[in-house]
Design a protein around this ligand. Sequence first.
Ligand code: BDP
Length: 712
Amino acid sequence: MLILATALCMAPAHAEDGYELWLRYHPLAAEQATIYRSHATQLIIGSATPTQTVTREELQRGLGGMLGRAPPLSDAVTSDGAIVVGTPASSPLIARLRLDTKSLGNEGYLIRSIVVNGRAATVIVGNNDIGVLYGAFHFLRLLQTNHPVDHLDLHDSPRVKVRVLDHWDNLDGSVERGYAGASIWDWFKLPDWPAPRYTDYARTNASIGINGVVLNNANANSQILTPTYLEKVAALANVFRPYGIRVYLSARFSAPIELGGLKTADPFDPQVQRWWRTKADEIYKLIPDFGGFLVKANSEGQPGPRDYGRTHADGANMLADVLAPRGGIVMWRTFVYSQANPDDRAKQAYDEFKPLDGHFRANVLLQVKNGPIDFQPREPFSPLFGAMPKTSLMMEFQITKEYLGFATHLVYLGPLYEEVLSADTMAHGKGSTVAKVIDGSLDNHALTGVAGDANVGSDQNWCGSDFNQANWYVLGRMAWNPTQSSRLIAEDWVRMTFTNDQAFVKPVVDMMMGSREAAVDYMTPLGLHHQMGPGHHYGPAPWDASESEADWRPVYYNRADSDGIGFDRSSTGSDAVAQYAPPIAAQFNDVKQTPEELLLWFHHVPWDYRMRSGQTLWYELVAHYTHGVDDVQQMRETWRHLNGYIDPERYQQAAAFLAIQEKEAQWWRDACIAYFQSLSQRPLPPGFSPPQHSLKYYESLSFRYVPGFSSW
Ligand code: BDP
């Protein structure tokens, strides 16, 4: 009771709406603030450039908010506790310190407790303004997470060069697979009204090291390349520039036809090449630091070079040549499959791109989704990682939870990202992790990247739920350093977003860390995948065969029948396993060696197959579904005990969303068990409750208006 009362006293007085994300800068507890104030007596920082100015503003805002007052600005260190911020070029004081900054590169920083003019000081130093801004955010994070700041000696720099958010935002304001309201880009009012929200968006991204934004949907509308829209894009670029963020655009491959009136978009056609060159000139005139193009070609109805008998490399290189003189890059997506191809969809990206290894220009990044299908709750890593040593591959993760419960399910994606990045491709023997492919170290690539398909919208809390903010956060932190621990990142996030109270932090981090496995269990355990409702992907529909295309149908993926369940991708089936390096291929090819969490991804297995537990597959399937629901009940219980530690607004919304999640987890479990039981013809193992409704009932549910799905 006493603990609860203390917690209540510490809860902030004003209503919280999640807008501040993890940059809340609320007053720290008195004792903590007193300690930190002695390390923030003066602020010495320039304002000669826009980035220096925003760095100064951020430090004043952060320190002012947390400590009750911002340290006064000064020119010289005259007391203990000064904070000295800048680059050797921007600050004569820092230049005199002769710090070794070589290893920091362009975007890195160091933060160190040192003596300046006989006084104890903290220096935040980078080689460039942007590194200093990142350092300032790190310093603020130390205070936000109650870290001691008296003996600092840390330095950091990003391991990945291009760290981008891909927005799937359409020009009409809708967001494909967006569950947080309309697009944040108010195209109609741009360029004249650069809403303050854009600045907060840029601050937020800079705080986690995001340095690029693709503004529009990969299913691109060529209108974005018209002069009218380019002016709007330039206005956004102006807002983002001080924060080290470049804008990129999704380019529709057929734009020369649609906008230029040409008869073709053939990348070999000189007129087409000229059109893109002129377009690039126009863009760079407005946006001198334009990042480049993202392209989805010849996939899901999008135009592309294959329409003209050219390869993906031909298409990508044509655009790359246009952008190269200006320092721009092409991010060319490998999410390519075709219904005209009867082969296993999981194999198609590899089949298309692997033969093109070494054929791409140096300023092309192939953007590869983490798994071979499409952002499922669990997939093996894409076999392209490690298979194209002569090509720069970037990672594409989805932040918006299209297949993981949308905005209302609490699913922290950190463990998913970590699982993929730490997976061993065995491309050059043991230790050839996906992270090493992505950071370029495995095959010596300088151009590297990570993209996250954004979950940001115009909802007041940006992401549709407070816990979804953690997925934006972890994407940025892992893009910066793909070998980080998702648990430590979750802990930082909880402390910054909610409270440093250990009695809250520990259970919430534990809950977040287990949340992805819970979703796997109640949706698609043991390697099942793509069992979601047709088109909109809301809820379970393992029986569904209504989609026009075979490989959009859940039945295509589960292949359940009276004998068993699962997709045979072994050498006796589609042989997708052969796309992996030999030791991995051998492991996945053997049903006994395949990790059980991927069993039904790679094998069609009889219902009575003996699992490692000694139980049958049917038993384990039912047990996993049930476990998933139990886990969500446990999450609710955990949250129930945390009432009072944080503000009532965010507490209650999370509680309500967890209730939705429990209801839907139960629905998933029951619908899937009902359907699979109709095929397995096995009784439910003892101790497991039967589905609440009949299979007919679940099959009868249909949903017309579901968020994020634009073709209603
Ligand atoms: C799938 C989505 C679809 C996207 C596509 C893509 O269902 O809306 O357009 O991926 O990544 O996940 O291009």
